[in-house]
Design a protein around this ligand. Structure first.
Ligand code: DGT
Ligand code: CA
Ligand code: CA
Ligand code: ZN
Length: 571
């Protein structure tokens, strides 16, 4: 459903529909992805009226969702599609290939697919198009690489809500005693190839019924394979999912095996062999005798290891660390005391300051920082100095009404191309939290981009550098920047780096996070929420990626209680 709305949004953009209409469809798609219920189910139960109670879904979009549910089609989408050159949609999926250029390539060069696009670039025809040139052609080629590297994988933010919905459905089947998510999603990778579920039946005779029920779930489009213990399906959203039903005595062995990673499994199996054990997805054998496998803990113990959290099972040093007893105690969601980067209706957020505070309190937080955009970022409603001060007074008034909770004054301040900031120092000094961001001049050479970020990190008012690489997963490659130097500068100046947990960003990614942690840099895990519901969903992604980056609670700024945080910010 969300995908259908996204596709329509993309076509609307090409036809030059008003920006607002395109954005409305994109926003609706995002809302649907974050739901813990299925939009189709809402429509069936309560009609368009039920859909319209969702944020961002009005009459028009609700009607389209209804049409999609009842007929499987969307007339508006099909009408626009027919009016466009064939293959245009494929081209639009290429990051860095905007609607105007896609149109030009499709009409002037008669390009219909990705292979054709690649040929047209190689022959120099794309570069020769009006207003394009070599640089633009190279950028499109890079976009094609990005598309290919993500082909067949979906972002964590698509996979997680979808998997939780299916998990809940499986858990509610009468024959199911227990069910868990396995695979890369349990490891919280930033993209997911397919979903993996493992279930224990209440009694062996329940297994066929569980598999059959799974194949019939409303999220399922088609069944790829079905056997006595396994069912593979393709979901309506295009994602594949596997369900395996295993007996309780094998569950730990199966969970370990199907959680992966593959390289990690190989290491564990090797360790088992040195202890005279053979290990597979059905259990552990000592000689011919079965010696357990009901829980993961049991297996780890048998091979001489402490429990290794799924998020770091990648064979990148965790087995050695575990053997030497220096496995980190990873951060958990409950360790976070607040969130230091979010937007409100003062700039491009959907909710007011009071609404964001209420959502954060519901999560058990003690503080938030409201960081709306700065003045030069006009497209995102950047605040003038005057408005920033007005907003600060609103925060003072809000704080007087709140108990045991503090709203901090902040701003997401643009780092200008030369590394100076978008507000003068005396204005920054009035804020509790200054989030410094690069939103422009992405194409600077690496040395300049690095110098720009380092200069911002050196400003004594700056709390943290936001989304340090600027990448958007599957959409925009990181800009050229020397992260080792950025990490060093953060360490030198005592400035923090951000793990921006917005679904598309997850920036810093796990690799650089681990480097930053090793260098002793403090990380802020922020959701950059533009809507109150994102505080919770972003927290899940942020914690998952932080754990993959080996972060402990002590490595993270926003695990500090309010008084310690304020002391640290005042430094
Ligand atoms: P994905 O789906 O590409 O995001 O990644 P995974 O890790 O979920 O991979 P998937 O779904 O193909 O398989 C689930 C787990 O099953 C995987 O993490 C490890 C285990 N597994 C699959 N194939 C093999 C294999 O050939 N050898 C070993 N040792 N384990 C395997
Ligand atoms: Ca998988
Ligand atoms: Ca799988
Ligand atoms: Zn932001």
């Amino acid at each position: 459903m969300a995908e259908a709305l996204d596709r329509l949004a993309r076509l609307l953009e090409v036809t030059g529909a008003i920006r607002f209409k395109t954005q409305a469809h994109e926003r609706a798609a995002q809302v649907l992805r974050g739901l813990d219920r299925d939009a189709a189910a809402i429509f069936r139960a309560e009609g368009t009226k039920g859909l319209r109670t969702l944020p961002g879904i009005g009459e028009g979009i609700a009607t389209k969702i209804g049409e999609l549910v009842t007929t499987g089609r969307c007339t508006e989408y099909e009408k626009i599609r027919k009016s466009l050159p064939p293959g245009l949609e494929t081209l639009l999926a290429v990051p860095g290939l905007g609607p105007k250029t896609a149109m030009l390539v499709a009409t002037k060069l008669k390009v219909r697919n990705l292979a054709g696009l690649e040929r047209a670039i190689a022959s120099g025809k794309v570069a020769a198009l009006p207003r394009l040139g070599e640089k633009a052609a190279a950028k499109i080629l890079k976009g094609m690489e990005l598309l290919r590297s993500g082909a067949g994988r979906v972002p964590l933010s698509t996979a997680l809500p979808l998997a939780r919905r299916i998990l809940a459905r499986l858990a509610s089947l009468p024959g199911v005693a227990r069910v868990e998510i396995a695979g890369s999603l349990r490891r919280m990778r930033e993209t997911i190839g397919d979903l993996d579920f493992l279930a224990i039946p209440r009694k062996p005779a329940d297994a066929p019924g569980i598999l059959k029920a799974f194949a019939g779930f409303e999220e399922v489009r088609s069944v790829t394979a079905q056997g006595g213990t396994k069912c593979s399906v393709r979901l309506a959203s295009g994602v594949d999912a596997d369900l395996r039903v295993v007996p309780a005595e094998s569950f730990g062995a199966a969970l370990l095996y199907f959680s992966g990673s593959k390289n990690f499994n190989i290491r564990i199996r090797e360790l088992g062999i040195t202890k005279g054990m053979s290990l597979n997805e059905y259990g552990m054998l000592k000689g011919k005798k079965r010696s357990g496998g009901a829980t993961e803990e049991e297996i780890f113990k048998a091979v001489g290891l402490p429990f290794i959290p799924p998020e770091i099972r990648e064979d990148t040093g965790e087995v050695e660390a575990a053997l030497q007893g220096r496995l980190p105690i990873l951060i958990e969601a409950g360790d976070l005391r607040g969130d230091l980067h979010m937007h409100t209706t003062w700039s491009d957020g959907a909710n007011t300051a009071a609404q964001m505070a209420a959502a954060a309190q519901a999560l058990g937080y003690a503080y938030i920082a409201l960081c709306d955009h700065s003045r030069s970022l006009r497209v995102a409603g950047g605040l003038s100095i005057e408005d920033l001060r007005k907003k600060n007074r609103e925060i003072d008034a809000l704080n007087r009404t709140l108990k045991g909770f503090r709203v901090l004054k902040g701003a997401e301040v643009d780092i200008l191309a030369d590394g100076t900031l978008d507000y003068p120092d005396e204005v920054l000094a009035e804020l509790d939290v200054v989030v410094a961001s690069i939103h422009t001049a992405f194409t600077l050479p690496e040395a300049d981009q690095t110098r720009r970020a380092v200069r911002a990190l050196a400003n004594r008012h700056v709390t943290l550098l936001a989304h340090p690489t600027g990448r958007l997963i599957g959409k925009r490659a990181p800009y050229a920047i020397n992260l080792a130097e950025v990490i060093r500068a953060a360490k030198d100046h005592g400035t923090c780096l951000e793990l921006n947990a917005q679904a598309q960003r997850l920036d810093l990614a796990e690799g650089p996070l681990r480097q930053a942690r090793e260098a002793g840099v403090t990380i802020a895990i922020n959701t950059d929420s533009h809507r109150d519901t994102q505080l919770a969903s972003g927290r899940d992604y942020g914690i998952g990626i932080a754990r993959r980056g080996w972060l402990r609670a002590g490595d993270v700024l926003n695990t500090l209680p309010l008084d310690s945080l304020l002391k640290r910010l005042a430094r």
